[in-house]
Design a protein around this ligand. Structure first.
Ligand code: HQG
Length: 186
C-alpha cells in the first residue's frame, strides 16, 4: 500500500514546528504564555488546511518518533508545545543549567564574518542555539549552506554571569554570545 502523504510524520512534524514555534495564527489558534497549544484545537486547525490528516494517535506517534524530540505534552495530554526554537514570545520554562566548558555553533560560511564582528545573535528566534558537540553543530550549519563551526567558551561565559538554558530535548540556549567568547576550529 502506498503511504498516505497526509500522514507523513516528518512533513506533518515540520508543519507542527511552524505552528508551535512561529505562526500559530496560520491555523487560527493561539499559544498560551508558556507556549502550550490546546491539542483538540491543534488537531482541528491542522486538518482544516486539507494538507495533513492528524488525530490523537498520529500526534502521539509524531511526538514519540520525532528525531529531535521537538514536542512535549502536558501531564494529561490536553496540551502540546515545542521544546525550543520559538520566534513567538513565550516562556517554555527552560531550565537554567551550568554549561560544559565548550559548546558549538554551526552556521554557514557566509555568516561567519558577520558573526566574528557582532557575535552570535538570536536573529528571528528568542535565543542563540548551541550544540553539545561538533557533529550536531555541523548538521545545524548544513541547513544554511556550506557549514562553518564556532567553538563557544561557554564555561567562561557562565563564570562571568551569562545565563544558559538546556531545553528538555538537549539543546543549549543563551541570549547572545559576544565575539570574544568565539573560537575558530577547523
Ligand atoms: C546566524 C534547528 C549573521 C546563525 C537547529 C544562524 C537548531 C548570524 C542564523 C535550531 C549572526 C539563524 C536553531 C550574526 C547568528 N550575523 N548571522 N551576528 N548571529 N547568525 O535557524 O542556530 O531542526 O534561526 O549562525 O538544529 O541555525 O528546527 O538558527 O545560521 O537547534 O528543531 O543566523 O533550529 O532545530 O538561523 O538553528 P536559525 P540556528 P530544528
Amino acid at each position: 500500500m502506498k503511504p498516505n502523504p497526509k500522514r507523513d510524520p516528518v512533513k506533518t512534524g515540520k508543519f507542527l514546528s511552524l505552528i508551535l514555534r512561529h505562526q500559530p495564527e496560520t491555523i487560527g489558534i493561539q499559544l498560551d504564555e508558556h507556549g502550550w497549544a490546546d491539542v483538540e484545537e491543534l488537531i482541528h486547525g491542522v486538518n482544516k488546511t486539507g494538507k495533513y490528516f492528524l488525530d490523537r494517535d498520529f500526534l502521539d506517534e509524531i511526538v514519540e518518533t520525532n528525531n529531535k524530540k521537538r514536542y512535549s505534552y502536558n501531564e494529561d495530554k490536553t496540551k502540546i508545545r515545542a521544546n525550543q526554537g520559538h520566534s513567538v514570545l513565550v516562556d517554555v520554562e527552560l531550565k537554567e543549567t551550568e554549561p560544559p566548558e565548550y559548546l558549538y555553533h554551526g552556521t554557514a560560511e557566509r555568516f561567519a564574518d558577520s558573526i566574528r564582528n557582532e557575535g552570535l545573535k538570536p536573529m528571528s528566534r528568542l535565543y542563540v542555539h548551541l550544540s553539545k558537540d561538533k557533529e550536531t553543530a555541523l548538521n545545524v550549519g548544513k541547513r544554511h549552506g556550506k557549514p562553518h563551526i564556532f567553538r563557544v567558551q561557554s564555561g567562561e561565559m557562565f563564570r562571568q554571569g551569562y545565563v544558559f538554558y538546556l531545553s528538555v530535548n538537549g539543546v543549549w540556549l543563551t541570549a547572545n554570545v559576544p565575539p570574544k567568547f568565539l573560537e575558530e576550529i577547523e
